[in-house]
Design a protein around this ligand. Structure first.
Ligand SMILES: C[S@@+](CC[C@H](N)C(=O)[O-])C[C@H]1O[C@@H](n2cnc3c(N)ncnc32)[C@H](O)[C@@H]1O
Length: 351
């Protein structure tokens, strides 16, 4: 049986700001760009082979300060952004990267006050972005089959917010079995699925979603993409699914050396979104082929090879090419006839 973890009484703090306080996390960038993240405590020290840095040297200083350690090395201290936090937090399962989390928030239309369902919770990376986006008036119901992963996610979320937010609950169990007990039918605004077989959950998700609500699936492979998209379409309960992936290419920008980075994280996953139809609604058939009335003569003119950047050929030149081609064909066929071999290879280069 799925078991639900009651969330402790607390609310989401805004991102801390002002001078560093006891208990704040600080991301320290030292010699050669090496990073360390520490929780600031009186009397504590960061020991590296480059020397010792006392936490007390930072407490009370503004975010973005530079301090020296015992060996005179400079350390830049910044409060980690959510971006930084998710990339360095402990992982049970693979996480959703910030580039995809940002698109999920946008494409699934996660809004302040939304009731959101998420499965599986994995390491809690996406949960952090979702909790931020729904704000203090929203509600995030997360589901995770594996208790150990839910533990990792709970720890990560408590570390980031300083406590488990009261806008969040995590249920250990399979989404299909647990969802009907956790939410009333037709009461959920948005559902995000990050799992191997999201198609298994689509019908349960359709029951939970409000009419017009959004389901978004995040999958790694084209076979999953195709299967889940066709499954969603086949239910007749959703709009036609929309699919895409996001590539973010970093740039090296230094003086006149301005170019794309040599390396990038290219493929991570595909996003598929669809919206829940009203009960009993049938999706109107969408015309697949553009009708004649959907483009005019001026559009056809715009698509000429010259207009789209292809080299054009003058009429005179074209007539010469035709003559050359016909001459070559005649020569080739005469040669073949005289050789008595109609299958001969006729090659004739034309300038
Ligand atoms: C890739 S991880 C999720 C990572 C997470 N989105 C993050 O950003 O940290 C996929 C998780 O889905 C869980 N899972 C798979 N199928 C599930 C289901 N039907 N119900 C609940 N959890 C499921 C797996 O146990 C796994 O932890």
């Amino acid at each position: 049986m799925p078991e639900s973890t009651p969330a402790p009484e607390a609310s989401i703090d805004p991102q801390p700001s002002g001078p560093f306080r006891i208990g704040d996390r600080a991301q320290l960038t030292g010699p050669k760009g090496k990073m360390h993240t520490v929780t600031l405590l009186p009397g504590k020290e960061l020991h590296t082979h480059n020397g010792v840095l006392a936490h007390d040297a930072l407490i009370g200083l503004p975010d973005g300060s530079v301090v020296q350690n015992s060996a005179g090395h400079d350390y830049l201290a910044l409060r980690p952004l959510l971006n930084d936090f998710v990339m360095s937090m402990p992982r049970g399962a693979a996480i959703i990267y910030p580039k995809d989390a940002a698109q999920i928030v946008a494409q699934a239309d996660i809004f302040p006050g939304a009731v959101v369902v998420e499965a599986g919770v994995g390491s809690g990376a996406l949960s952090l972005w979702l909790l931020r986006a729904i704000g203090p008036a929203g509600r995030l119901h997360s589901f995770e089959r594996r208790a150990e992963f839910a533990d990792v996610a709970q720890a990560n979320i408590s570390t980031f917010f300083g406590h488990a937010p009261d806008t969040w609950s995590v249920t250990v169990g399979d989404l299909v079995e647990s969802l009907p007990d956790a939410v009333a039918p037709g009461s959920v605004d948005r559902v995000v699925l990050d799992m191997l077989a999201p198609w298994d959950c689509i019908e349960a998700v359709a029951d939970a979603l409000k009419p017009g609500g959004v389901v978004l699936c995040y999958v790694a492979t084209v076979t999953q993409l195709s299967r889940v998209a066709e499954f969603i379409r086949g239910t007749g309960l959703f709009t036609n699914p929309i699919s895409n992936e996001t590539m973010v290419r970093g740039w090296h920008v230094e003086g006149l050396a301005v170019r794309p980075d040599h390396r990038m994280i290219a493929h991570t996953g595909f996003l598929i979104t669809a919206r829940r139809l009203a009960p009993g609604a049938v999706l109107p058939e969408v015309k697949r082929r553009a009708s004649k009335t959907s483009y005019g003569d001026q559009d056809v003119e715009l698509w000429t090879p010259g207009a789209v950047g292809d080299r054009t050929i003058s009429d005179k030149n074209l007539r010469k090419r035709v003559r050359d081609a016909q001459k070559a064909a005649k020569w080739a066929t005469n040669e073949a006839d005289s050789a008595g071999n109609t299958g001969a290879d006729a090659s004739g280069a034309i300038d």
